[in-house]
Design a protein around this ligand. Sequence first.
Ligand code: UD1
Ligand code: CA
Length: 502
Amino acid sequence: MTIPRPAAVVVLAAGEGTRMRSAVPKVLHTLAGRSMLGHAVTTARALEPERVVVVVRHGREAVVEHLAQIDPEALVADQDEIPGTGRAVQVALAALDAAQQVDGSIVVMAGDVPLLDAGTLQQLLLAHHEDADAVTVLTTEVADPTGYGRVLREPGTGDVAGVVEEKDADDQQREIREINTSTYVFDAAVLRSALTRLGRDNAAGEVYLTDVLAIARGDGGRVRALRTDDTLSVEGVNDRVQLAVLRAELNRRILEDWMRSGVTVVDPATTWVDVDVDLAQDVTLLPGTQLFGATTVASGATIGPDTTLTDVEVGPGASVVRSHGSLAVIAAGATVGPFSYLRPGTVLGEGGKIGAFVETKNAVIGTGSKVPHLSYIGDATIGDHTNIGAASVTANYDGTTKHRTTIGSHVRIGADTMLVAPVTVGDGAFTGAGTVVRRDVPPGALAVNATSQRTVENWVQRTRPDSAAAEAAARARGLRPPDDPAPAADPTPAPEDKDTAR
Ligand code: UD1
Ligand code: CA
C-alpha cells in the first residue's frame, strides 16, 4: 500500500527546555552529528509533506538561524506569550492557512524526540487513513508514566476518549501507563475546528493540544491510537541525562544497521558513528573509533583503534591507526598513523603513507609518496613516489603570510630538511640531512648546506672535569679502568682545538 503523504508537518519547538540548564536552546543540542531539530525536520521531510512548519519562541533567533541552514524551505511560526501545545498548533495552522488553507492530514510532532523515525510516522499515517480517523495519536506504555498525559480508552471499542494531563488526572487515571507521545495525525478540518474551542481551564493554565482529542470525539469523529513498543523512539529529551541515554541508543542503532550491512564493529561501546557517515562492506572499525560528519569509508579499510575522523574520505583498503583527521582524503591502500594529525586539505595519494607523529595541512601528497616520521607538511604539493625524511618541516609561514612548498616526484628529502617556502624541489632531486632549502632545487640536483662539523677535543674534560660525562669519556679512552669509581685528574694535557671536516 502506498503511504499517504501529509499536507503538512508541524514541529513543536517553542518550549523553554529549562532542565537542560543551557544557553543553547534545547532543540539545538546534538546527537549523532545532528541537532534534535535536525532529526525532527529530517524525519518530517521523509514523509514528503507539502509543507513543514516549525513553531518557535524560546531561543528564537538561534533556532531560526539554524533552521535556515538545515531546511530553508521550512516555515517558521512564532508562538506568542500564550502557553501550551494547543497554542503552538494554533499559530502553526494560522501560518499554514495564511499561505493556502490546508486540506488533508496534518502531522504534529515534538522537536525534542530525536529517535522518532519516519517508518513509525508512516504507520501512523496508514492507520489514520485506513480507518478514516479524525485524529490518530501515537502512544506507548511506560513503567513510570509520571508527568505524561494519560490515554483514556473507551471500553469496548478501544478508541481514544481523550488524554488527561498528569496535573489534571485523578488517582485512577494516574494508574494508566499508556501515555501520549505528542505525535499525532489530524484531519486538517477537524483540527481547525477544534483549535477554535480550546480553553485554558486546566491545572496548568495552558492551551492543551490534547483537548483536541476529546473535542473531535465529541463531534462524532473517530479518535484512535497506534501504540508502539519502541518506547525509546518516542522519548522526549528534557535534560542532558536523557539526551545521553538517547544518544547512546541512537548510536547503538546506527552501529547495528552498519553491522547488518557488512561492517565489523569490534567494540560498539566505544565506537561512535554520526548519522551522515557512509561505510562500505567489509570496513573494520577498531575500539575507540569516532566517525563524524560526512565521513566515508570504502570497502576493506580499517579505522582505529582510537581514531577520530570528521568529514574524511577513506579509500578502499586504507588504514588509519590512532590518528585525528578532518576534511582530508586518504586514497586507496594508503596508511596513516599511529599518532598523526591530518588537518583540512590533506590529500594522501594511493598507497601513500603518513606515518607516526606527522602533522599535515593543505597538503597534496602523491601516489606512493611517504612522510613516515615526525614531520610537518603544510601548504605543500608532493609528487609521486617521493620520500620525506624524518623530522622534515615545510616552513610555510614567514610571520605574515603562508607560502607553498612544491616537491616533485621521485624526490628524496633527507632527514631534518627545512623547506623554507615558497620553494620548489624538482623531480628526482635529493636533499642532504639537515639541509635548509631556501632556494629552488632543480630536477636531479642534490641540495646540501649543512656546515662542516667542528669537533673540540677534550672539551668535556676541560670544562666539567668531575662530571659523569667526563668519567665516561675517560673510560672510553682507556684512561681509567672500567670499574674504578673515583674521579681522577686527567694526566694528559688539553690539546689544541681542532676542526674536523666531515
Ligand atoms: C505534552 C503533552 C502530554 C504528553 C507529553 C509527551 C500536552 C498538553 N501534553 O506534555 O500529553 O504526554 O507532551 O512528552 O500537549 N511546546 C511548544 N509550545 C508550548 C509548549 C510546548 O512548542 O507552549 C513544545 C515543546 O517545545 C516540546 C513539545 O511541545 O517540543 C512538548 O512540550 P512539553 O512541555 O515537553 O510537553 P507537555 O506539555 O509537558
Ligand atoms: Ca516533555
